[in-house]
Each structure stands twice: as C-alpha cells, then as structure tokens.
Write a protein that binds this ligand. Structure first.
Ligand SMILES: NC(=O)c1ccc[n+]([C@@H]2O[C@H](COP(=O)([O-])OP(=O)(O)OC[C@H]3O[C@@H](n4cnc5c(N)ncnc54)[C@H](O)[C@@H]3O)[C@@H](O)[C@H]2O)c1
Length: 282
C-alpha cells in the first residue's frame, strides 16, 4: 500500500517535525492533538519552520505554501478514519499507547496501518491491543525529524511483510535512510546510545567532571555535534527516563539503570529544553 494520507497523533516535540517531513514528500497530513489549540500550535510551528527555510533560500516560497496546504489540524480522533497510515507520537507510556491503539483500531479504515514512534516500548504489545496485529509496525523518527537522516522500522513478530515494506517505503519516500530492526527495547540507536548518556549523568553526579567539561570533552574528543548532557536536554529528561526504565526492564543491565539525579530532576519538573531547564537553562 502506498501512503497518500498520514495521521499523526500527539503534539509533543516529534509531531510537527514528522508532519513537515511527510508533507514535503507529497503526503497529506492530519495532525491530531487532544486540544485543538495544541494541534493548531503544531501547524504554526511547522509554518514557522518552513518560513525560516524560505528566508535562508533553502525553499521556494511557492513550495512552502504547497507543503503547508497539505497539513491540517484536528482534536477529533475520528478525523483520521480515512488515513492510509496513522503514526502515534504520544507520551512514552505503554498503558496510554495501548489504549490509543485500541481506539484507533475502531476508527481507522481496516486496510490502514497503525504505527508507533516509540523509542523503546515493545511494539508487539501495541499490535495485540488491536484486531489488526498484522498491520501494526514501529516507525521511529529521530529528533529533530526534519534534520535527522535515520528512521528505524521495527517489525514485531505479528507484522506482515507487506506492512513492514509499506513502512520502509514511506520512510524512504520521506528522504530517510531506513534500517529494519527486531522488536527489542531500544532498537539499534537507543540501545547503544542510552548507556553512554546515563553514564554521563553518573560522571556528573560523582563529581568526576563538570557539566561543561563533560560536554566539551565528548564534542572535542569524539567529534560529536553535541555533548551527552545537552543531548539529554534535547530528548527530554522524562522521555529519557522512560527509555532507560524500559531498557532496564528488558535487559537488567546495570548500565541501563537510570541515575538517581536524572530521576530527581524529572520529579522536579526539570525536563530539559521543553520545560525551560534541565542540565542547562533555556
Ligand atoms: N523526544 C525525542 O527525542 C524522541 C525521539 C524519537 C521518538 N520519540 C518518541 O516520540 C513519542 C513522543 O515523544 P515526545 O518527545 O514528542 O514527547 P513530549 O513529551 O514532547 O509530548 C508527549 C505528547 O503526548 C501527549 N500525551 C500525554 N499524555 C497523553 C495521554 N494520556 N493521551 C494522549 N496523549 C497524551 C502530550 O499532550 C504531548 O502531545 C514517545 O513515544 C517518544 O519515545 C521521542
């Protein structure tokens, strides 16, 4: 099945970026948030991003208008009934996502694919919350979606080869490099990345080095574009904690056991860029 109409559920960090990428590839996009104002804010943020690209000479004004015209916003889940693909990107919480999948299963046309942008959760658990487990797949974009080249396609045991192929074709049409990975917590990137990020928090907490020196060291010493603590702020400390907890629950590897400092910062509402403070202030 080729994807002509995409529904995106969730108005967090990831939603509008994925919408931009998909709309640029010619797909019609409907953004759904529980609150109309949040859905409208996603469209505004997408329009701002396009306007910046026009300003910088990276996009023609007419093209920006065409892309924006492909995107609409709603607070009604039923508006997604005719989508070929619905990709959810709500909070990293299995119970919330399972309930959403069951609701989407009742709404989305029977041949439609329902996908998750989860960073770590078992995709099969979402598949079996529906009556169409063969049409459920993981499509994991990276943050910020318009800039990051990679998409991981996660094939749960239940997915049909056609569903996996359709998900890969969609991500490739979005201009992404696509990798396929089995349904294991963290997939490829986060399973390898998060022990490193967690150990950076350990190093800060133990007083081995300062925040700035840890980030400077990893930028200068490994040629990484940003340091681990700045990256945690970008991802969101709450999302990072959920990722570590899911990895630890699956593998029981101590490198995945979230550092107390990270847990306390989340409890304090210091979630990184999205809340205005984390390891840095914004
Ligand atoms: N942040 C990243 O770097 C990143 C990267 C790739 C994938 N992801 C994944 O994308 C998904 C969303 O992450 P995000 O960073 O955009 O999160 P976020 O915290 O920015 O946004 C979460 C969204 O979920 C919504 N939400 C919260 N509770 C809900 C509920 N009970 N029912 C429905 N919606 C609810 C919120 O209103 C918000 O729109 C997660 O699965 C995350 O793992 C995140």
């Amino acid at each position: 099945m080729s994807i002509q109409r995409l529904g995106i559920v969730g108005s967090g960090i990831m939603g509008s970026g994925i919408a931009e990428v998909a709309a640029k590839s010619g797909v019609e996009v409907i953004l759904r948030s529980r609150q109309r104002s949040s859905a409208d804010a996603m469209v505004t943020s997408l329009e701002k991003s396009l306007a910046k690209q026009v300003e910088r000479g990276k996009l023609e004004e007419a093209a920006a208008k065409e892309i924006a015209a492909r995107v609409s916003a709603t607070d009604d889940l039923h508006a997604l009934h005719d989508c070929d693909l619905v990709l959810e990107s709500v909070v990293e919480d299995l119970a919330v996502k399972r309930e959403l999948f069951t609701r989407l299963d009742d709404i989305v046309k029977p041949e439609g694919i329902i996908a998750t942008n989860t960073s770590t959760l078992p995709v099969v658990e979402l598949a079996v919350a529906t009556e169409r487990p063969d049409k459920v797949v993981g499509i994991h974009f990276f943050n910020p979606a318009p800039m990051m080249k990679l998409v991981e396609v996660i094939a749960p045991l239940t997915a049909s080869p056609e569903t996996v192929e359709a998900a890969k074709a969609f991500a490739a049409a979005c201009g992404k490099d696509v990798v396929e990975v089995k349904d294991r917590a963290g997939f490829i990137v986060n399973a390898l990345l998060f022990p490193y990020l967690n150990n950076a928090v350990r190093m800060l907490e133990s007083g081995t080095a300062s925040r700035d020196d840890i980030d400077t060291a990893m930028k200068g010493g490994c040629n990484f574009p940003m340091g681990p603590l700045a990256l945690l702020d970008l991802v969101g400390l709450d999302t990072s904690l959920s990722i570590l907890d899911a990895l630890y629950a699956e593998f029981r590897d101590p490198n995945y056991a979230a550092m107390p400092l990270l847990r306390r910062m989340v409890a304090a509402g210091q979630l990184g860029r999205k809340s205005g403070s984390g390891f840095y202030s914004y």
